[in-house]
Design a protein around this ligand. Structure first.
Ligand code: PMV
Length: 336
């Protein structure tokens, strides 16, 4: 076993020979301060810390059960996937970290309540829910911190999807990644709102994994990113603790735009934002000159997410009528 996390799983799995049916839910999360760039590609160890807000009922429901056919099966949103497809391969490779050569055929069934691979972080909730479901199926009894470390290997941002509310993923210093995991900020903000302004619900052209590597390898602007991102993360955490939206909003938007600037400067350039995304930003910036207090953040896809407080919701919806508003601290229904 190559590293501490894999060694930990193999010890936890030592006596396990079978799976039992288990189900889990994990919320999607939006980074207010982004993770962009890895210091270790195999372990998904980040160059900088990041901080997110979870999206409550929007996320992934995943069921793991022994496969009656004796073959691994992967279903996404009700459809059987070709075992060789990208999604199934990633899910099964992840399950292999647990099985480590043991003959335990699995049926993995995942349902997203958010569009898959449209920059709405379905990989984060997907790998977090899969980690929870696998841990329950193998009866490992692990803590959220332990599961966060494991899920990070499937998708970095999944380390932040084990909690509702604000979650900080500290980059850690250890070469084996043991100190790189998410933890919840013990702080709520009932009035905070996130709106998803849809641009395109289709699959994005380049995965965040490939986009990140390409940017780190070729963008002359990347050198300035890790220190700036670390400073942004600390600033954003303080703004949350002080419940200071006038400090929070502008820094969230600046952080996202700086990340996209590193990509645009990559060679060849990488642009997840489309003309429609830029039009939304222009309209937002115009509305801000007229007093609107809402700010934007964008990930590895064209959709724009807005952050604002409840008092601005009416105005946001008047400008962006197709926006879906999320109340991250509302009472959760099925999410659990
Ligand atoms: O977890 P990944 O490998 O899909 O990377 C996520 C990268 C961003 O969404 C762009 C930023 C973030 O912190 O979520």
């Amino acid at each position: 076993m190559a590293d501490a996390v894999r060694r930990f799983i193999s010890e936890a799995m030592a006596d396990v020979t079978a799976a039992r049916p288990a189900k889990a839910y994990a919320p999607s999360n939006i980074a207010l301060s982004k993770y962009w760039g890895k210091r270790d590609a195999a372990l998904n160890l980040p160059l900088n810390s990041s901080l997110s807000i979870s999206l409550g009922d929007l996320g992934s429901h995943t069921a793991v059960a022994p496969s009656v056919s004796g073959q691994d099966e992967v279903l996404l949103n009700g459809a059987h996937l070709d075992p060789g497809s990208a999604f199934a391969t990633r899910a099964l490779r992840f399950a292999d970290i647990f099985r480590a050569g043991k003959e335990i055929p699995l049926r993995i069934e995942s349902e997203n309540t958010i569009p898959t691979a449209a920059g709405l972080a379905s990989s984060a909730s997907g790998f977090a829910a899969l980690t929870k479901a696998l841990c329950a199926a193998f009866d490992l009894g692990l803590s959220e911190t332990e599961m966060s470390r494991i899920a990070r290997i499937g998708s970095g941002s999944a380390a932040r999807s084990f909690w509702h509310g604000f979650v900080r993923w500290s980059k850690g210093e250890a070469a084996d990644g043991w100190d790189s995991y998410g933890s919840r900020l013990n702080h709520t903000w009932d009035d905070l709102r996130i709106a998803i302004v849809p641009v395109n619900k289709g699959v994005k052209p380049q995965s965040s994994r490939d986009g990140m590597n390409h940017t780190v390898e070729t963008s002359p602007l990347f050198a300035g990113w890790p220190a700036q991102a670390e400073a942004d993360c600390a600033f954003i955490e303080q703004a949350i603790l002080a419940r200071d939206f006038a400090a929070l909003g502008p820094r969230v938007e600046a952080n996202a735009l700086a990340m996209h600037a590193t990509m645009i400067a990559a060679r060849p350039p990488l642009a997840y934002l489309t003309e429609k995304s830029w039009n939304i930003l222009s309209r937002l910036w115009q509305a801000r000159t007229e007093g609107l207090e809402a700010y934007a953040t964008m990930d590895a896809g064209p959709n724009v997410k807005l952050i604002f407080e409840a008092r601005s919701e009416h105005e946001v919806l008047a400008i962006f009528p197709d926006a879906a508003v999320v109340e991250p601290f509302a009472k959760l229904s099925s999410a659990g």
